[in-house]
Design a protein around this ligand. Structure first.
Ligand code: 5AD
Ligand code: SF4
Length: 360
């Protein structure tokens, strides 16, 4: 049964985008399907008003699955000796990027584990070459690196940077990411922003030991830092990790975190993450109906794709590109034009407001 307090809080969130910790906790902790559906619908209305029907596509190239870290939840962790490791060469990465451009993508995401083989200079050369050959927007997702590397990559033409803080709980972060500090990750995010990158972050929902209160804090951190993109994905258990016997995160809870984030951030980019899509065959559609407006498509060459196994099924669930326009049309959406940057989105919102002002 839908509670009055729930409806009132949801209305206020939709109208003002300002909710207290307790109010977010109330929205998030519901177990009532009708209340959840009302939350997802409210987020869908906010997405429609602030962003419109466009779904922007990003081509992701996972160019190395080597990682020097040992995060307890991740299949790429160094201690996983069952994983076949690969690295793509400069030339392979460049050729893949050119192919992505030919397919019509306007953003390329270069993603890898934390792999020191790709030195600051190697990645800088890659950025210069991809920019020169394709003029695409370049997003990097290669983990925590020095301020010197970040600065060189920005100067070379890097546009965006993805670095999820994963969980805002300091104790959980330290337990799950041995040798890493939450403060350093936040410092990296601030540094990237100062350098002029559009900055994406995000979390994992349903990590073993995570509480609803931790998720409320994650959402408030999203709002505080006003990230340009926020990736929210469920935990998916990987048998070759120390968390292999823990249950997967819940789809509903992930959609609730996504929807509240849409209410509070209004116009940030929110992807229907790969992990959501893997958790459930309806995950993609459900996320797009609960506030999401971005699709990250795996463009890693097929010989490597299966080995980028952060979690099981990762390389086998890619969306068929040729079916995408019809799928999006069937849910009243369409492929976004332009590079789909947050700056561009904010400009469109401002122009729309000016227009309304001139022709009320
Ligand atoms: N389940 C869900 N997401 C995961 N990631 C890593 N392992 C898992 C998992 N088991 C995500 C993290 C990280 C990215 C590389 O993949 O959020 O940022
Ligand atoms: Fe490496 Fe990232 Fe996986 Fe941690 S989450 S093991 S840093 S790829």
């Amino acid at each position: 049964m839908v509670r009055l307090a729930y409806t009132e809080t949801l209305k206020r969130g939709e109208r003002t985008s300002q909710l207290s910790w307790e109010e977010i906790h109330l929205l998030l902790s519901t177990t009532d399907l009708e209340e959840k559906q009302n939350l997802w619908d409210a987020a869908d209305r906010v997405r429609k008003e602030w962003i419109g029907p466009e779904v922007h596509l990003r081509a992701v190239v996972e160019f190395s699955n080597y990682c020097q870290r040992n995060c307890l939840y991740c299949g790429l962790r160094k201690a996983n000796q069952t994983l076949h490791r690969y690295r793509m060469s400069h030339r392979e990465i460049l050729e893949t990027s050119i192919r992505a451009k030919e397919f019509g993508f306007q953003t390329i995401v270069l993603q890898s584990g934390e792999d020191p083989f790709y030195t600051g200079e190697r990645i800088e050369e890659l950025i210069l070459a991809i920019k020169r050959e394709t003029q695409m927007a370049i997003a990097l997702s290669v983990g925590e690196r020095s301020a010197k590397d970040y600065s060189a990559w920005r100067t070379a033409g890097g546009d965006r940077y993805l670095l999820k803080f994963e969980t805002s709980s300091r104790s959980l972060f330290h337990q799950l990411r041995p040798g890493c500090k939450l403060e350093e990750r936040i410092f990296c995010l601030q540094k990237l922003r100062q350098l002029g990158f559009e900055v994406a972050s995000g979390n994992i929902v349903g990590l073993p030991g995570q509480t609803l209160s931790d998720l409320v804090n994650d959402i408030l951190l999203f709002q505080k830092y006003d990230f340009d993109m926020i990736g929210i994905g469920p935990f998916i258990s990987h048998p070759q990790t120390p968390l292999g016997s823990s249950p997967n995160g819940s789809l509903d809870l992930t959609l609730c975190v996504l929807a509240i984030t849409r209410l509070l951030t209004r116009n940030t980019h929110l992807p229907a993450t790969t992990a959501i899509r893997i958790l459930s065959p309806d995950g993609c559609e459900a996320a797009l109906a609960a506030g999401a407006n971005i699709l990250m498509l795996d463009f890693t060459p097929s010989i490597y794709r299966q080995h980028y196994e952060i979690y099981p099924g990762k390389g086998t669930h890619s969306i068929a590109l040729n079916e995408l326009p019809a799928f999006l049309a069937s849910i009243g959406r369409k492929i976004g034009q332009g590079v789909g940057s947050r700056k561009e989105l904010l400009k469109n919102i401002r122009d729309g407001m000016d227009q309304k002002f001139k022709n009320p």
